[in-house]
Write a protein that binds this ligand. Sequence first.
Ligand code: GLC
Length: 481
Amino acid sequence: MNWNESSRRSFLKGLGAAGALAVTAAHSEARVAQGGAAGTEITPIEAQMAATRAQRMQWWHEAKFGMFIHWGLYSVIGQHEWSKEVEGIPLVQYEQVSHHFKPRPNAAREWAQLAKRAGQKYMVMTTKHHEGFCNWDSRLTDYNAMQQGPGRDLVREYVEAARAEGLRVGFYYSLMDWHHPDGARCKTDAAARRRFVDYTHGLIRELLTHYGKIDILWYDVDWPLTAAEWESERMNEMVFKLQPEIIVNNRNGLEGDFSTPEQEIRAAESGRAWESCMTLNDSWGFNRFDDAWKTPKTIVENLAKCAGGGGNYLLNIGPKPDGSVPEESVAVLETVGKWLGANGAAIYGTERGQYDGNPNANYTRRGNTLYIHQQFWPGHTPAAEWLPFFQPEAVIAIGGLKAKAKSARLLKSGQKIEFTQDEFALRLTGLPMEAPDQPATVIEVECDADPVIDHGAMRALWPRLQVGISQSNSGSRAGTS
Ligand code: GLC
């Protein structure tokens, strides 16, 4: 899994519209290996996490695809989960919503069954979002699901539903809190900070104590405090004492186990785990009139891009106030799940690879096996009449594949595919004229080595002819006229 800086750059370049360039900070494994980068110290909890990371994260790396669930009082208003702040709703009014949040019992079963059908292997639910409302039976505040409208512990229902479908269980938890009286003044008032940090640690303790084994803790927004002010190291120490197998993200001001690019696909540097979280439309919480739904094609493509870069894809649903999932989300997820049913081998358990971008296809790999996810099928080109390269007409050609192909087949049907290969390209021939599968057709190619794809490196090696160059422009004639 060699992923050096220049190939990482070309992979990112290839991510196209969904991608964005960025370089992530040095991470703790590297720092531990170096005995701490200049000016920073490896804390005992960082060292403990680094030592157990590979083992704790193995299931997660294999899983690749998870379901994010944003559900809370904002779902009742149905205008995005930030509406309290964005619309400036006074707190005394917003609190009233808690009496009108009356979901039907066990709505989470529907989500878990949907996640299972979609081929998702884990779930992450908002236990408390920025609004401060606790979806569980908390003893530290009465602004919670048990004592307000729902009259039930929604987190417990969720945990049980996920386990019933054999899915891993994650808790999202927002450190930022728009409801707690100390949630903002904690920045400037030491006594308020003491109370609020104790409250925050206490809520996390409840979550990790009362619901059995929890697989992921997904912190969010650490405004307004620094990691030191949140006492985030002590927070993580408590988390790992209560749940030694858990994995945590990087949003409590510390690096945690994985990075969390949001609404974009951005691979972290080699060796660092990452997960892209993304909405299915443009909102996390239910938003009645947000109709900007992504297509199954986009989701399948994003999933392949994440897997190809060694990352995970956490895709969100925003259930309605009664707990039901918007029909548009259900339809997309079911289509993706059907595709994964036939093509899961090209996603689950795959490893980070090294590829140049291709506008028509994405790539994943497991060892020396390359999976070509062809999203735009070739053929119907007039060039087929004149160029032997396109004969027979439907040819999938991969320029710059460094390894030698040994065999190729359609993943879904197992049908063998003929091919030729020279030093510049692999040409898969004898393909049907129409795409055999949608939203992408996967072709599995067994290679003799790591299937690195680097067409950029071929550029200088292609034989260049004098074809079509007039004499006055020809380099070989320079200076003669
Ligand atoms: C942002 C948003 C929040 C959402 C989260 C998901 O932090 O503030 O609403 O829950 O992203 O990653």
